[in-house]
Design a protein around this ligand. Structure first.
Ligand SMILES: Cc1cc2nc3c(=O)[nH]c(=O)nc-3n(C[C@H](O)[C@H](O)[C@H](O)COP(=O)(O)OP(=O)(O)OC[C@H]3O[C@@H](n4cnc5c(N)ncnc54)[C@H](O)[C@@H]3O)c2cc1C
Length: 252
């Protein structure tokens, strides 16, 4: 069955899944979830649902599955490619992870941090620093983007050459699958050669395979000192390769 209208029964089922404060249906309440960061795109939604636990995400996924409603997971909505909004306004439900925002564990001895997927990246970095550790993922959107969105989009950022992509910084994931089951992929292990590395399927999958509800991250020792260097080179005197002219001999 496909539903495109929000009947009182469906509204009541949504409120049953996430509580009345977890449901937004009016234009003004939904507005901030329907536009992308750049301001270039706007979408539509039947409702915005804001679960506050993995169990509530499971309930929402099961409900939407039963009603035939499309689901769009949304983190900080900073992805810049309109992936977290429904620009065709097909009556899908936006599931915002913003209320899933608990740091679950910082284990500085083992350099591991576990957190809800809706934690803002900056909060993860701050919690790591408070334990004299570093979580190196860093990007301009770190004050708004969420760690689940970073995982779902395999974010890179400014430290990628030294520490790798989000893919290289994740030890484990917890994911609600399309049938509402919870997949617990936390292991805490750096050396783990058991079978398939399923978390890597979800990293970079942009919400197409499941909704990430928890992340287990690799921490690093916090650098004792940071030095910044700038290297400037004189402009080349060679004719540009793009100018259409044949390059002559190198200037003497
Ligand atoms: C100023 C600025 C600078 C940026 N710099 C960089 C950069 O240096 N390097 C880089 O790689 N990117 C950069 N980005 C883009 C970057 O990918 C995003 O900022 C960030 O990783 C997305 O996180 P988000 O929480 O905002 O996700 P959203 O934009 O909300 O979502 C992104 C995608 O992931 C899905 N998704 C979100 N949360 C979940 C979840 N919990 N489970 C499943 N799917 C989910 C969404 O459906 C969508 O498809 C930048 C963006 C901005 C605005």
């Amino acid at each position: 069955m496909t539903v495109h209208r929000l009947s009182p029964e469906i509204l009541s089922a949504m409120e049953g899944a996430v509580g009345p404060s977890g449901v937004a249906i009016s234009g003004s309440d939904m507005a901030k979830y329907l536009g992308d960061w750049s301001g270039d795109h706007r979408g539509g939604a039947l409702a915005v649902l804001k679960p506050a636990s993995a169990a509530e995400v499971q309930a929402v996924v099961r409900l939407c599955g039963a009603l035939g409603l499309g689901i769009i997971p949304q983190g900080g909505n900073t992805g810049l490619v309109a992936g977290a909004i429904d620009i065709e306004a097909r009556g899908a439900v936006v599931i915002s992870l913003e209320r899933l925002n608990r740091i679950r564990l910082v284990d500085a001895d083992n350099f591991v941090l576990q957190a809800d997927a809706g934690c803002v990246l900056q909060a993860i970095k701050d919690a790591s620093e408070a334990h004299d550790c570093l979580f190196p993922l860093a990007l301009g959107a770190q004050g708004s983007c969420q760690i689940g969105g970073n995982a779902a989009s395999n974010a890179g950022g400014v430290n990628v050459l030294r520490y790798g992509m989000a893919r290289d910084l994740i030890l484990g994931l917890e994911v609600v699958l399309p049938d509402g089951e919870l997949w617990d992929g936390f292991s805490g292990l750096r050396k783990d050669n058991r079978g398939y590395d399923l978390k890597q399927l979800f990293i970079g999958s942009e919400g197409t395979l499941g909704i990430i509800t928890g992340v287990e991250l690799k921490l690093f020792p916090r650098p004792a000192r940071i030095e910044t260097a700038i290297s400037a080179l004189p402009p080349s005197k060679r004719p540009s390769r793009c100018s259409g002219k044949r390059a002559g001999p190198p200037p003497t």
